[in-house]
Design a protein around this ligand. Structure first.
Ligand SMILES: C[S@@+](CC[C@H](N)C(=O)[O-])C[C@H]1O[C@@H](n2cnc3c(N)ncnc32)[C@H](O)[C@@H]1O
Length: 321
């Protein structure tokens, strides 16, 4: 079996033209992209967006307009995938290609599309790619991925972290957000619930740093307070600065399906870079994640304020520079 990406085999077998403009929704890897000429990439996750941009690709957080062919690469959220297929059909003047691994649910998407139109399929590398001529897809596929208020009364959409309800870790951290004043930052702010809990009267400014463009758009709807600023960024790559009196965070610990505690370590290091010398860093983490050594490495002082069956809350101060 050849090691070239599945979608290239689909373009080849389907004799899908490479001349016209091609849009790729949610690519994560470089492999095979250059073979599609000069595709436009839709990637709203800041770290990947930056990687592709640095690699010389034209990248946008959210695409609009018309393309000859649209390739959809799957995320973990089924509703987001269905909506992306429907959007691909709206934007394509020719073919739509859908590419994904079995564990991202390609089978069920194939079944859903097959009920609407005729498709061609190849199976390769623990997944499938299928392609079809763009047709109108059910309105419900678009609506299901639109922002809507969740149980907590906050706007969210499928695909965002804990979009249906407040995350248990954030809820555990919230009571410790006391005595906040001056400039506050939330690293990995998602759709903004934690930042909203931090907005006491004494806070002069709150900066929400978030990597997912769409989550930040939700946060803008959820926090309309003029003291809030919204910054789309790859947190571990933020430049060194020290303006914040308090930094709060419920850092990410998953990339795709894999648990990656190093992500949280990057957030701890960023907090140390961005905190006033006399500032405080308050974070929550899943209990099993080993953040004690990185806290030691980046702060002179830290303590575990609380723990329960699932989470632990840390407070750190005196950042090491
Ligand atoms: C555990 S969630 C917490 C979200 C939010 N604070 C809450 O309590 O619901 C971590 C957040 O970090 C974001 N994230 C992941 N990697 C990131 C990165 N490199 N830079 C910025 N944000 C990132 C995720 O999109 C997610 O919204």
């Amino acid at each position: 079996m050849s090691r070239s990406p599945r979608f290239l085999a689909a373009f080849e077998q389907g004799a899908i033209p490479l001349e016209g403009p091609i849009l790729i929704i949610r690519p994560t890897e470089f492999a095979g992209l250059a073979e599609l000429g000069e595709p436009v990439l839709e990637q709203g996750f800041a770290p990947l967006h930056r990687r592709f941009e640095t690699g010389g690709f034209s990248v946008i957080p959210r695409a609009e307009g018309r393309f000859e062919t649209v390739l959809v690469q799957l995320t973990r959220a089924k509703a987001e995938n269905l909506a992306n297929i429907a959007r691909a059909c709206q934007m394509s003047e020719g073919m739509v290609v859908v590419d994904g691994a079995k564990n991202l649910g390609i089978e069920s998407l194939l079944k859903a599309v097959r009920q609407i139109t005729e498709v061609q399929v190849i199976s390769k590398s623990h997944g499938k790619a299928f392609w079809f001529e763009a047709v109108a897809m059910p309105e419900a596929w678009l609506l299901a991925a639109e922002m809507a208020k969740n149980k907590a009364g906050f706007f969210t959409a499928p695909g965002m972290f804990s979009h249906e309800k407040v995350d248990g870790g954030s809820a555990f951290l919230a009571p410790y957000l006391t005595g906040l004043s001056g400039r506050v930052a939330d690293l990995g702010a998602g759709w903004g619930w934690l930042a909203a809990q931090a907005l006491s009267a004494e806070v002069s400014e709150i900066s929400l740093f978030e990597g997912e463009h769409i989550a930040l758009e939700a946060a803008k709807l959820n926090i309309t307070d003029p003291r809030a600023q919204f910054i789309w960024a790859d947190v571990p790559e933020l430049p060194k600065s020290s303006p914040y009196d308090t930094i709060i965070s419920n850092p990410p610990f998953h990339q795709g399906r894999a648990a990656t505690p190093e992500l949280g370590v990057g957030f701890i290091a960023a907090a140390a870079k961005m905190l006033q010398p006399k500032g405080r860093f308050l974070m929550v983490a899943n209990r099993h994640l080993p953040y004690e050594a990185p806290l030691d490495a980046h702060f002179r002082n830290w303590e575990m304020k609380a723990q329960n069956g699932g989470f632990k809350v840390f407070e750190a101060s005196l950042p090491k520079r």
